[in-house]
Write a protein that binds this ligand. Structure first.
Ligand code: COA
Length: 330
C-alpha cells in the first residue's frame, strides 16, 4: 500500500459569534461556569440560510486552492457530518456541484464527533490502493440546527464549523504520511448521546417536534466518563502497537469536547500541554469539525511543522472513539 499524506487544510466557519455572555441571556448559566466546566468562551453560529454544504464547500475550496489543485483535479469528496442540509442528497453531492468538481464522486459518513477520523481512514485507503490521487476529506457540522437552546447542559457546548483536507500519495515518510489508525464503537451507549426522532424509528411529526425529540440529547456526565476513559485508552493502544509512548509525540490534536476531557487524556498519555492543540475556547465543540479546525489553528500558530509526529484522538456519539498517527509533511 502506498503512503498517503495531508497536502493542505481549509476551514469553513460562519462569522457570527455567540459568546458565553450571550448565552447568559438565553439560559440560566454564567460565563464563569461555562469556562470552568468546559473551557469554552465562544462558539460560531450560522445565520439562517447558511447550510452545512456552504461551510463544507468553503473549507474544500480553501484546501483545494492551497494544494494547487483545480476542481477538475478532484476525484473523490468524503464528508463527515451529522447535520446535512437535508436527509437527501448527501452533502458531498452538494459540495461537488458547488465547487464544480466535474470528475468527482462522493458520499457522506455519519458518526458524529469521530466522523472526521473515520472519513480520513476511508479516504486514505482510496489513495493508498491507487484508486485515486486527489481526495478531499471534510468534517463539518451545523450543530445549531439540532440544539435545544433551552437545554443549558447541552447548548453551551456546541458550535458550527469545520474543515477539509486534501489527501494525496506521498513519496516518503519525510514527505508526510499516515502511519496507523485505530477505531472502536460501543453501541450499547447509543442512548447517552443521540437525536431520538427524525429517522425511521420516529419519523418527524407534530408530536416529535412538540416533544423536542429532534434535538440532541446527552447525558453529560456519562459521556464525560466515557471520553476520559476511552479516548486515552485508544491512544495508548495505538501508540503501543507502534512501539511508541506519549513522550514520542510532537503534537497531540484531540477532539475538542471539553477542556477537562482533554487535560485528563493528556495526563494519562504523558504529553505536556505545550504539545496539545486547544481551540475549544474559540469554537466550542463543532462535532465532526473539531479536528480539521484544530489542524488549522496549529498551522496558523506555527505549532505543526514538517517532520512532526502527530497523534489525533476522537470520541463521540455511538458511542465511538478513534485515533490516528501521522508524520506531518509540510
Ligand atoms: N450552567 C450552569 N449550571 C449548569 C449548566 C450550565 N450551563 N449545565 C449544568 N449545570 C448544573 C447542573 O444542573 C448541576 O446542578 P445541580 O448540582 O444543582 O444538579 C451542576 O451544574 C452540575 O452538573 P453536571 O452535569 O454534573 O456538570 P458537569 O461538571 O458534568 O458538566 C457537562 C456538564 C455537560 C459540561 C459535562 O458533563 C460534559 O462536558 N460532558 C461531556 C459532554 C460532551 O462532551 N458531549 C459531546 C461529546 S462528543
Amino acid at each position: 500500500m502506498a503512503l498517503v499524506k495531508i497536502s493542505s487544510v481549509g476551514i469553513g466557519v460562519p462569522p457570527r459569534i455567540l459568546t458565553n455572555h450571550d448565552m447568559e441571556k438565553m439560559v440560566d448559566t454564567s460565563d464563569q461556569w461555562i469556562q470552568e466546566r468546559t473551557g469554552i468562551k465562544q462558539r460560531h453560529i450560522v445565520d439562517p440560510g447558511t447550510t452545512c454544504s456552504d461551510l463544507a464547500t468553503e473549507a474544500a475550496r480553501q484546501a483545494m486552492e492551497k494544494a494547487g489543485l483545480t476542481p477538475d483535479d478532484i476525484e473523490l469528496i468524503i464528508v463527515a457530518t451529522n447535520t446535512p442540509d437535508s436527509p437527501l442528497p448527501a452533502v458531498a453531492c452538494l459540495v461537488q456541484h458547488k465547487l464544480g468538481c466535474k470528475h468527482a464522486w462522493g458520499f457522506d459518513l455519519a458518526i458524529a464527533c469521530s466522523g472526521f477520523l473515520y472519513a480520513m481512514q476511508v479516504g486514505v485507503q482510496f489513495v493508498a490502493s491507487g484508486a485515486h490521487k486527489n481526495v478531499i476529506v471534510i468534517g463539518v457540522d451545523v450543530m445549531s440546527s439540532v440544539i435545544d437552546y433551552t437545554d443549558r447542559q447541552t447548548c453551551i457546548i456546541f458550535g458550527d464549523g469545520g474543515g477539509a483536507c486534501v489527501i494525496q500519495p506521498s513519496t516518503s515518510e519525510a514527505d508526510g504520511c499516515f502511519i496507523d489508525f485505530l477505531h472502536e464503537v460501543d453501541g450499547s451507549g447509543g442512548e447517552f448521546l443521540c437525536i431520538p426522532a427524525g429517522g425511521s424509528a420516529h419519523p418527524p411529526s407534530k408530536e416529535t417536534v412538540e416533544q423536542g425529540l429532534h434535538f440532541l440529547k446527552q447525558d453529560g456526565p456519562v459521556v464525560f466518563k466515557f471520553a476520559t476513559k476511552r479516548m486515552p485508552e485508544i491512544c495508548v493502544r495505538l501508540l503501543d502497537r507502534n512501539n511508541l509512548t506519549g513522550a514520542d509525540i510532537d503534537v497531540f490534536i484531540p477532539h475538542q469536547a471539553n477542556l477537562r476531557i482533554i487535560k485528563s487524556a493528556v495526563e494519562r498519555l504523558g504529553i505536556p500541554m505545550e504539545k496539545v492543540i486547544v481551540n475549544i475556547d474559540q469554537y466550542g465543540n463543532t462535532t465532526a469539525g473539531t479536528l480539521p479546525l484544530a489542524m488549522d489553528t496549529a498551522l496558523k500558530e506555527g505549532r505543526l511543522k514538517k517532520g512532526d509526529l502527530v497523534l489525533f484522538a476522537a470520541m463521540g456519539a455511538g458511542l465511538s472513539a478513534g485515533a490516528a498517527l501521522m508524520r506531518w509533511g509540510y
